[in-house]
Design a protein around this ligand. Structure first.
Ligand SMILES: [Zn+2]
Length: 255
């Protein structure tokens, strides 16, 4: 199984954070092979098996994993003891300080974001596509972590996972105007009468505005559309495709 470890977060001993790729699962085309989403038309048993394989590889119980019914919103959910794998909450960010409860964000072009607060031993998983980014889902997640766990944005580590980059994400003028109006003109790229959007630039600007240090922000260099052989891409695969995931889990601190 080919996983991308979050180098900055994994330097700490009681947390692990990774992003998946297409490789290492049992799903058939167009979900080949490590699709982790149930809602995309893949065979349910295959998705369950993929979750089992990933849990085995990363040493967690897949039944304890919390994922989301993602809706491109700015809703942040604090994980509670009543939540379970079978009934994921409808939201686009999860936060917790509970140990051995893995958090998962799924994506196919949108940016999956993983957050670790080493001081308060708390984590977050965020789904940040264009809509979520423009609704400030990542700053709202940091504010929620501040409120619930005492997190200070200056002290978190953040990794932006594989997503579609400005090289491939063409947008129309209406969206470009909206992006401009919200103050993110620097995220727009103009090429041969076409406009492209780099969502990660928006996320980066928002993080810097919250005083997250640039050395604490790690970014997976791969564009999911350019590297469609390695990642699911909603655009490059013409919408029928699987989902990669970012998964982060806290371990018990020594007593
Ligand atoms: Zn690209």
């Amino acid at each position: 199984m080919n996983l991308l470890p979050c180098e900055n977060i994994n330097e700490y001993p009681y947390v692990t954070a990774h992003f998946t790729t297409r490789e290492g699962g049992v799903s058939q085309s167009p979900y080949g092979t490590l699709n982790l989403a149930f809602h995309v038309g893949d065979t349910e048993e295959d998705v369950v098996e993929n979750h089992r394989l990933l849990g085995e590889k990363l040493n967690y119980n897949p039944r304890r994993l919390i994922h989301m019914r993602q809706i491109h919103s700015d809703i942040v959910t604090v994980v509670s003891s009543t939540m379970n794998f079978e009934s994921p909450p409808q939201c686009d960010a999860l936060i917790t300080n509970r140990v051995n409860v893995p958090l998962m964000v799924m994506s196919a072009d949108c940016t999956p974001v993983l957050i670790y607060d080493p001081k308060n031993h708390a984590i977050g998983a965020v789904h940040a596509g264009r809509a979520g980014a423009l609704k400030s889902i990542v700053p709202k997640t940091l504010h929620a972590m501040e409120k619930h766990f005492g997190t200070s944005p200056e002290e978190v580590l953040i990794t932006l996972g594989p997503s579609i980059h400005g090289c491939c994400y063409e947008i129309n003028e209406t969206i470009a105007d909206d992006v401009k109006e919200k103050g993110y003109e620097n995220a727009l790229l103009h090429q041969k009468e076409k406009v492209y959007l780099d969502v990660n630039t928006i996320l980066y600007l928002q993080l810097r505005a919250m005083r997250v240090s640039s050395r604490c922000i790690e970014s997976a260099s791969h564009c999911t559309s350019c590297h469609n052989g390695d990642y699911f891409s909603y655009r490059a695969d013409h919408q029928r495709t699987g989902r990669i995931a970012g998964v982060i889990v806290l371990r018990s601190l020594p007593a």
